[in-house]
Design a protein around this ligand. Structure first.
Ligand SMILES: *[C@@H]1O[C@H](CO)[C@@H](O)[C@H](O)[C@H]1NC(C)=O
Ligand SMILES: *[C@@H]1O[C@H](CO)[C@@H](O)[C@H](O)[C@H]1NC(C)=O
Ligand SMILES: *[C@@H]1O[C@H](CO)[C@@H](O)[C@H](O)[C@H]1NC(C)=O
Length: 587
């Protein structure tokens, strides 16, 4: 009995011997997934220490969706105003189905993790597309043939666990889009360049006139923007179905008390305005510590879209990071964490309009990470949501504009996510007659080095490039996705912070303003029993005359004058600022 059972036990081992060793060979055949070379992508982050090998790390594997190309086909049809399927957005269930990995992908990744001793019971998933495992750093290093280090941020002293490069077994490159955290070092900043407390200005109620009050030449209030962008005579009616979402990162909290003070002073009909707060991934809602950025975003999106219901998304994972025994180091990656959450929101609760006033230098974001995040934005567009992002406050590039690929060439430095072709990037203007590109801080604009030019802007951009001639030749990528798409006021916004009025500058002002107008346009469409706008850019580029073309100003940077605004689209103010009444006519 004993003997025979021993023989029986030996048999399978012998039979498996050869597949096992070929497995081992397969899993050691590493191919680099992403590498920064020998230094971090940003001078803000420097080596701090080597983690204890037993430190626990939550490693997430972003699996390749089975049908992302099909999703993009849907998106290009449903966002194309000339297509018969325009506006026929996908449901969450349809998007989930297209984004689900194949069973082969799932099996290959599971087999690999099982081989390294990680059992199925240890997997956790937020969606079919992600597998998370909490494992020691030493095992992560084996899986990815890499070495993790603690890095420290020069200003905030935040510590993060990252690596300068990572690899995957060759055959898994077809199945895994991204492993996180690995080489993304957040350099995310709020797109707010200045703010200062101003002496109390007297409140200005709404005028029914479309001529902005003369005070709008010196300070911007909701009244100025409603007049300038022609929304004065529109009252939203779809407040049971239409919503606007404002994202918050970097421990920026929006104060309800400040919103009330703001509406009392600048929007008296809206003194009961409020917003819901969704806390994501440890995000907080510290009412006694409001952030200028968060208050600006909430107050001006309210200023334009009230009484459209608003949700503020407070996503955690940014400094100051407080370690606990479960999460000893900061491994969070804010855009991914926000996407994970928002993708689970049911169709009837998903806001139709979003504004984000944060961004990174594109060259500091690994291509695989940027692509994953940008594709996540595409899935929201496919579900009928419009996403606005600030274009940045450093013109064609801040700092010395040297590339971080080791060659240290001077190149214009685009901003991400504004450079993602599936979002609407919003630049900044100033002045009221006429509006011109803001120059006190140069409004962000340029050409992506990561994302190719999408077809919806091909004609507009090639017209610009022809007119531009040789200016800045060699400093930017003539084939890249060009931005911004549009613009809105970006200076001297009157914002209430801790009860006092501050004057705020930056494309951080422009994005919530443009988003507020788009929320009204979504309301208008819903009131007509139509679907929401969804991904907006193809509609805008097909109807440039629905925007106020901004034809003067430049966006200096990198030691140059940058580009010049001109008639038609330009990489300073895009197609221009919104004219709500004209936009109503084209939707
Ligand atoms: C793992 O990476 C190191 C360099 O860090 C390299 O020398 C080694 O060959 C790699 N191992 C495999 C199996 O590719
Ligand atoms: C605020 O007041 C307006 C108009 O009186 C009303 O339509 C709206 O429902 C109120 N909103 C809240 C949140 O109470
Ligand atoms: C220019 O952009 C394209 C995408 O359109 C990209 O493939 C290419 O690598 C970029 N070139 C440089 C020098 O960054």
């Amino acid at each position: 009995m004993l003997f025979s059972s021993a023989v029986f036990a030996l048999l399978p081992l012998t039979a498996l011997a050869s597949p096992l060793s070929s497995r081992a060979a397969q899993y050691e055949d590493f191919v680099t997934k992403h590498s920064w070379g020998s230094s971090t992508p940003s001078t803000s982050w420097t080596y701090h220490s080597t983690p204890d090998p037993s430190t626990l790390l939550t490693l997430r594997f972003g699996l390749r969706p089975s049908s992302f190309d099909t999703l993009l086909d849907h998106l290009s049809q449903t966002s194309d105003p000339f297509h018969e399927r325009y506006g026929k957005h996908l449901s969450k269930a349809q998007v989930d189905e297209l984004m689900r990995p194949t069973s082969e992908t799932l099996q290959e990744v599971k087999d690999w993790l099982n081989w390294h001793g990680v059992e199925d019971e240890e997997f956790s998933t937020t969606s079919d597309r992600w597998i998370s495992v909490k494992i020691p750093v030493s095992l992560a290093e084996t899986l990815l043939n890499t070495t993790y280090h603690m890095f420290e941020h020069a200003k905030t002293e935040e510590k993060i666990l990252r690596t300068l490069e990572y690899s995957l077994p060759r055959h898994l490159h077809d199945h895994v889009n991204l492993v996180s955290p690995t080489t993304y070092f957040g350099t995310t900043e709020s797109m707010r360049v200045t703010s200062f407390v101003v002496p109390k200005v007297s409140g200005s109620g709404l005028t029914s006139d479309v001529t902005p009050p003369s005070s709008c030449a010196t300070v911007i209030t909701p009244t100025c923007l409603k007049d300038l962008y022609n929304t004065v005579n529109y009252t939203p009616s779809q407040t049971r179905v239409n919503k606007i979402g404002i994202t918050g990162y970097l421990e920026q909290f929006a104060s309800l008390a400040d919103l009330t003070t703001f509406t009392r002073q600048f929007l008296p009909q809206a003194t009961n305005a409020t917003f819901a707060v969704d806390l994501i991934n440890g995000g907080l809602n510290t009412q006694n510590n409001p952030g200028v950025e968060a208050n600006l975003d909430v107050q001006y999106a309210t200023g334009l879209s009230w009484p459209t219901p608003m949700t503020f998304y407070s996503t955690g994972g940014s400094p100051p990071f407080i370690p606990d025994s479960n999460t000893p180091t900061n491994t969070n990656e804010p855009y991914l964490d926000w996407l994970d959450f928002i993708e689970t929101v049911p169709d009837n609760e998903l806001p139709s309009t979003f504004s984000t006033s944060y961004g990174d230098d594109e060259q500091s974001v690994p291509a695989d990470f940027a692509t994953e995040v940008c594709n996540g934005f595409a899935t929201l567009g496919a579900r009928g949501a419009t996403l606005m992002f600030s274009s940045g406050d450093a013109g064609v590039g801040g700092g010395n504009c040297e590339t971080n690929d080791g060659t240290n060439r001077v190149q214009f430095q685009p901003a991400f996510p504004a450079s993602c072709p599936f979002v609407t990037a919003v630049g900044g203007t100033t002045g009221i007659s006429p509006e011109v590109a803001v120059t006190d801080f140069p409004s962000g604009g340029g050409f992506s080095n990561l994302f190719a030019r999408p077809s919806y802007q091909a004609t507009a951009v090639s017209t610009f490039l022809t007119a531009n001639g040789n200016k800045n030749a060699g400093l930017f990528n003539t084939t890249g996705r060009a931005y911004p798409d549009v613009a809105a006021q970006g200076q001297r916004f009157q914002v209430v912070v801790n009860g006092a009025v501050e004057s705020v500058d930056g494309t951080s002002c422009s994005s919530p303003t443009f988003a507020g107008v788009i929320a009204l346009l979504n309301d208008f469409k819903l009131a007509k029993d139509k679907t929401t706008l969804g991904f907006l850019n193809p509609l805008l580029y097909a109807n440039p005359s629905a925007l106020n073309d901004v034809t003067s100003g430049t966006n200096a940077g990198c030691g140059t004058n940058g580009f010049s605004a001109r008639a038609g689209w330009d990489p300073v103010t895009g197609l221009g600022t919104p004219n709500f009444v004209k936009l109503q006519a084209v939707v």
